[in-house]
Design a protein around this ligand. Structure first.
Ligand SMILES: *Cc1c(COP(=O)(O)O)cnc(C)c1O
Length: 460
């Protein structure tokens, strides 16, 4: 084993794929604070959540005790079409950096949706189908989630209504075309198909929309249709649960070659890929079996972990969701318009929030021009054009490897390469033209967002 050369791509066979989702919460010494019903401020029950989400997903959301939740065969069969995803040893990157560090990345962009989001999309649609639901609704901003969900709904033959932020649907017509090809009904939001949409259009006829407004339209549609539920692509515990297949595959592949990772790095928007990537490693850390450093990377322009408040807040700008205790910039926070690099969510997964708050992981904010420096260097050396979101993790992996060069440490660094950037070429164009700028919000900017955090007794 000692001198066995590690292949560039460490593949698992189909038979080695994980057969259960790993429920990190069942390993945690303390659970995150419960979701609160915004009306009563009491913890949400199954009955509160089931009119909104599929029954099985609610059960998963509230499950803090089962360490493993079996993956149904039909889901495994779908996963087999694009998984296991490769764990790559970044030999070319190591060479160009001239670092003694070993760098590994898990590539989740090898499916048509171009990101890890398909892992949870297909699970969520499977459970909806099992329940006998006829249709689903969701919102999409950049479009990755809407694409992944369209693919999953096409496979399981379920109707899908996607409310896509109007500016995004105009700026990314090809994203919209992919969703429509898979049969998703894309409605630019705000629209006149919902009461909330009509209200917003009456007040702001020329608005380009927002994620908050799109969520409100998707929720209203789910409530008003028979046999219909709303689905979400990040933040919630059941989404992290499904993404645990990423981390489990990494661990199996590393164990094959006896590789003991020192540092794991992931980008953090709502926290789902990061939660999935770290799941089995964090479970071991909690049980005292390793001493891995975990680093969450976020944009300096949307710094929920590094500069946010630990408070109960709404998940959306429309203030329709349950209250979640998380690191938040306030649901009214809007990142600066020159922010191109994704990861623009105001809050953070409650599981990631709790782990960070309890000192199990670190967080770093990075500026977007430095993120794109890393993205382009990675594209040129490793051959994959990364999603801007993924490039946040690349940036910090490079920084860590460069640090090893100074100290001579042979650290083993792994990061999540969550997706490809083919639909983000406008951001690459801005970088290439040197019109991309950095904006770090001032304390005063952040105060405006914090002012939108609800002043409930739990936040005092
Ligand atoms: C959605 C997305 C992210 C961020 O979402 P998380 O829930 O934080 O994982 C990161 N990378 C890509 C490519 C995405 O599509």
């Amino acid at each position: 084993m000692e001198n066995q050369k590690i292949p560039t791509k460490i593949y698992l066979s189909e038979d080695e794929m994980p057969r259960s989702f790993l429920n990190l919460k069942a390993f945690m010494k303390e659970q995150h604070d419960p979701f609160l019903h915004p009306g009563t401020l009491q913890p949400c029950t199954h009955a509160d959540l089931e009119p909104v989400f599929c029954k099985e997903l609610v059960a998963q959301e509230l499950n803090c005790t089962d360490k493993e939740i079996p993956i149904p065969d039909e889901l495994i069969n779908f996963y087999k079409m694009y998984r296991p995803s490769p764990l790559v040893r970044a030999y070319c990157l190591e060479k160009i950096l001239d670092t003694p560090a070993e760098i590994y990345y898990k590539f989740e962009g090898n499916n048509t949706s171009g990101s890890h989001k398909l892992n949870s999309a297909v699970a969520q649609v499977y459970y909806a189908k099992q329940q006998g639901l006829k249709s689903l609704t969701t919102e999409t901003g950049a479009g990755q989630w809407g694409t992944a969900l369209s693919m999953a709904c096409a496979y399981f033959n379920i109707n899908l209504d996607i409310f896509m932020v109007k500016v995004s649907s105009e700026q990314k017509p090809y994203r919209k075309a992919v969703m429509e090809t898979y049969g998703g009904n894309v409605t630019p939001s705000p629209s006149n198909t919902t009461e909330v949409g009509k209200r917003i259009l009456a007040e702001h006829p020329t608005t380009g929309g927002s994620l908050g407004c799109a969520i409100s339209e998707a929720l209203e549609t789910a409530f008003s249709k028979e046999q219909c539920r709303y689905v979400l692509g990040s933040v919630l515990d059941h989404v992290l649960l499904h993404q645990s297949i990423i981390g489990q595959e990494c661990k199996l592949a590393l164990d094959k070659y006896g590789i003991e990772i020192d540092t794991i790095i992931g980008c953090a928007g709502g926290g789902s890929n990061l939660g999935g990537l770290i799941a089995p490693f964090m479970a071991d850390k909690i049980e005292g079996k390793n001493n891995i450093r975990f680093i969450a990377v976020e944009p300096a322009s949307c710094p929920s972990l590094t500069r946010g408040k630990y408070a109960y807040d709404f998940g959306d700008t429309g203030k329709m969701t349950p209250l979640l205790r998380m690191y938040t910039l306030g649901s009214g926070f809007i990142p600066s318009p020159n922010h191109a690099g994704g990861l623009r969510y105001h809050g953070m997964s409650p599981v990631i929030t709790k782990l960070y708050h309890d000192g199990y992981m670190e967080a770093r904010g990075v500026e977007q021009t430095k993120v794109f420096d890393a993205a382009v260097m990675f594209a040129k050396t490793e051959g994959i054009l990364p999603a801007p979101e993924s490039a946040h993790a690349i940036r910090v992996a490079l920084d860590e490897a460069i640090e090893c060069k100074k100290t001579g440490e042979k650290k083993k660094i792994m990061f999540g390469l969550t997706g490809t950037g083919y639909f983000d070429l406008a951001a690459y164009m801005a970088y290439n033209n040197q019109t991309m700028t950095d904006y770090i919000p001032t304390d005063k900017d952040l105060e405006e967002g914090f002012a939108t955090i609800p002043a409930i007794p739990q936040n005092r």
